[in-house]
Write a protein that binds this ligand. Structure first.
Ligand code: FES
Ligand SMILES: [Fe+2]
Length: 350
């Protein structure tokens, strides 16, 4: 029987077997991950799934954001359904109380004098708030020795207006971030909007690399769509498109038409191998009145919906092996992301 396990599959069967290959399904450690909008965090706890890890987020009395493992160590209940008092969170099932450092400090069913097991402790996480987002440090090194949160100079600057939202993708975050920095898909995926199917060639572009980031920009022929169509009129100037990634889950898209610019700052929350939630900021330097916010919001969601149609039919996470897929020159930026990913894994951050 043992031999039969190792018997080679027939060529026919092999062709239909899903190929197992190492992929970027690991969560890199020793980075700050943007995971939620600050506006969504309050003294009412919320739970979220971070690549299979359940977390709970809430604010303590001084307004500080607190992040703990999201499952009660007693019976695995979702602490997002619990309640907050001061800086502590209580489990909704038997009322166990956890301090902001995750230590269980009270078990209501215990008689006085009964000691609380030392193991009754949740993992707590370092959190920062920046750009209206919650950033969680995931790692085992001191966070000061790790890559910082990326810069976003336009945020809340005079002359710029920011709106934000969420988008749910049916794909792994490695595919989602790749989509948002991809230079070649617009003529096809966005053909009904701003993509020009008749001019799909991508200019050679210069890749600029930072310590844990990469950026590339092109000018392109585009047709204005949605709200931009109304704003730019009949003879729009050439667009300048810049795409940037910051390891491991942030991307930024800059679009400029003459003096009109907007920035999409995207933090991609890895949920599972088949789900990612992008917490997005859209920052524009034109028509600053809040009256057009809903139009801008709608434009972002429409565009992501088109992108998701491509992402959801891709195979799993991006493979670790750079030779497992074939690359074209226009993929240089995504390739740079994959190289950084592999570099982090080689450093033991995988
Ligand atoms: S399951 Fe949380 S207190 Fe019992
Ligand atoms: Fe797209």
């Amino acid at each position: 029987m043992v031999e039969s396990i190792h018997k080679p599959l027939s060529p026919k069967l092999q062709a239909h077997e899903p190929q197992h290959q190492e992929s970027q399904s690991k969560l890199l450690k020793n980075f700050w991950y943007g995971i939620e909008h600050s506006a969504n965090i309050s003294t009412k706890p919320i739970s979220l799934t971070f690549m299979g890890h359940d977390l709970v987020l809430y604010r303590g009395t001084d307004g500080r954001a607190i992040a703990l493992d999201g499952r009660c160590v007693h019976r695995g209940t979702d602490l997002g359904a619990g309640w907050v008092e001061g800086d502590c969170i209580h489990c909704p099932y038997h009322g166990w109380k956890y301090e902001s450092d995750g230590v269980c400090s009270h078990i209501p069913a215990n008689q006085p004098g009964v000691t609380i097991p030392k193991r009754a402790k949740l993992q707590s996480y370092q959190v920062q708030e920046k750009y209206g987002l919650i950033w969680l440090f995931w790692g085992d090194l001191p966070s000061e020795q790790c890559p910082p949160i990326p810069e976003l100079p336009e945020f809340e600057q005079q002359g710029w207006r920011t709106i934000h939202g969420d988008f749910d993708w049916d794909g792994h975050y490695s595919r989602v971030i790749a989509n948002t920095i991809d230079m070649a898909h617009a003529p096809f995926v966005h053909a009904s909007a701003f993509g020009k199917k008749e001019s799909p060639a991508v200019q050679a572009y210069k890749l600029e690399s930072g310590e844990w980031s990469g950026s590339g920009f092109i000018t392109f022929e585009t047709k204005p769509a949605y709200s931009l169509k109304l704003i730019l009129g009949k003879n729009p100037p050439d667009g300048i498109f810049r795409a940037t990634f910051y390891m491991p889950n942030v991307s930024r898209v800059d679009l400029q038409f003459g003096r009109f610019q907007f920035v999409l700052f995207l933090v991609h929350l890895p949920v599972s191998d088949r789900q990612t939630i992008t917490k997005w900021l859209h920052i524009r330097n034109f028509v600053l009145t809040p009256l057009v916010d809903s139009f801008m919001h709608r434009d972002v969601v429409k565009t992501f919906k088109q992108d998701n149609e491509a992402v959801r039919i891709q195979a799993g996470a991006a493979p670790d092996d750079l030779t497992a897929e074939i690359h074209a020159p226009s993929d240089a930026l995504e390739l740079a992301y994959r190289k950084f990913y592999n570099q982090a894994v080689e450093m033991g951050w995988g």
